[in-house]
Design a protein around this ligand. Sequence first.
Ligand SMILES: [Zn+2]
Length: 506
Amino acid sequence: MHRRSFLKGASLAAFTATATTAQTPPQSLRIAYGGIAIECSTYSRLLTRLDEFTILRGEELTASPRFKFLKRYPTTFMPTLVASAVPGGPVERKTYDTIKAEFLKRLEALMPLHGLYLPMHGAMFVEGMQDAEADWYQAARKVVGPDCLISASYDLHGNISQTIIDNIDMMSAFRTAPHIDREETMLRATDMLMHCLREKIRPTLMWAPVPVLMPGERSSTEWEPGKRLWAQLPALNRESGVLDVSMLVGYVWADEPRSTASVVVTGTAPANQRKVATNLAQQYWDARKQFQFGTETCTVDECVQRAMAAKTQPAILADSGDNPTGGGNGDQATVLESLLRHKAQHVVFAGITDRPATEACYKAGVGARIPLSIGATLDPKASKPVKAEAVVKHLLADAKPARREAVVEIQGITLVLSAYRRPYHDIKDFTRFGLDPKSFKIIVVKSGYLSPELAPIANPSLMALSDGSINQDIVHLPPNRYRRPSYPFVDNLTFTPKVYPSARNR
Ligand SMILES: [Zn+2]
């Protein structure tokens, strides 16, 4: 959706009905922004600590390309901090408390405020806490007071709860997976905030939870039923008094009461918002059995055999259970073991997180042949390492030890090792080592659905249903302790959509 089409698409008549006569000049508005964004699997034993967060503060935040879009407004958006990390295990409690305390201190220093924009993800899990985003919103609300309008932008895989809805005034979530509408979504959230502040509108939030939990790999918006379900959202935004319609898949690898799909409608016309939310929630429920993987799936061994037998290339094999962009550890060598056992050739594998192996490569230098133990360094209980002789081919120059990456050659397999958890989902992630991914017969990545850059070159695309912190075989995950009954965990549920308003507008 184009950035300005939200205002064209929404019903201006409904806005003016609730607006007071005089507009607020944008230059006089005081708006702050800041937040925290991470997706956490509760099935991972790795704690996400402070050094894994990238924290942009104050002027660094203003200068960051991610928030450049805020300069288009006549109002100065005042920075607090934005903390973000690669998806992973639960956030260490001390880390969360430290980041939250700094955010609140920076927010307090900017008071009084008319508005607050929170760029969030929505699937954070903090050690010993349920509903972490709700805690963040409650704390922010306490600082800014009841009159300040709060707008949040969200990932499509975020989880919602009544406490979340009760503490914010408006929100907008991604409408694409893979997520190619990040900036449009943030703009919808800030456009809506600016509009409501200028027109003195106090919108209402309504939400409808849907007891369905799907992995993102089954609910992409690139194929059915996700494609048609999310394609309706821009048109539904044109319903009278509707400012934003968000439909969220939720995050399945978090055993929390709030983990579920949901529809959230921001607007000024409760009856219409209820109608839209009810209709979409029912459609999502009705489609629950149609959600499917968008690519061929198989066991690790089957995928390796199919990739080797393929007449076309490059076959891209996605190691889905250990995908760091979904919360996987990224340190598992299961697919490498299978490739070696099957004697696969002309393979590029990017990559495995293994700091000791990466350091051994830097110590030995390019050209050296060294014995390596690869994998299972972050969680030795979750998988086994592979022992092999490797020739060091390339070392990333000038990298700090914690950010180092090395390329090694093991029996026809070109393997990228990394000292830290990171994905290799873009072409430049390969070319910066001088590797042309298209020249290999097999590309192995730790990924779920393929990224927009890798998907077009996959020939064929194979998704290995591998073990890991985000195992796609969700019905066989360890037993739920907190999650409410939902499909497909419970097959015989009945459902009638129910819409819950925000306590802010009761
Ligand atoms: Zn997502």
